[in-house]
Unconditional design. Sequence first.
Length: 127
Amino acid sequence: MPPRSLYRWKSFWFGLFIILSLAWAWWDSHRYFSEVAWIGKGFVWSGAGDIGIGIVLHPGPSPFDIQAARIPFPELIVADMLSRFKTIALPHWLLFESSLFLWFIFLGWRSRRHRRLEQALTNRPAP
């Protein structure tokens, strides 16, 4: 029995979904600035080709309020945000390429494992 085709693996389709989602986020971050904020505590943002996490250093007492914003991309927002808050940013291309690399490594490893298992089962003597 030949091994299953690559397109029949759930891990192939799940990985493809992740890669396409990261590619879309990268493309979208050059047109819009998006953020999800926990009011008074911190925020997650995407814009200018980066994705980042911001933390409010001296948070005040506040309820658990969530706010989301999506606006056409202005350069001034990112510069102002980076100067006012402690932020960590990663470029989208780094996330995209590292995910792509790890996905290819995983698919190659899984393919070799299935090939070895198939070979071990076909070389086994019949009872």
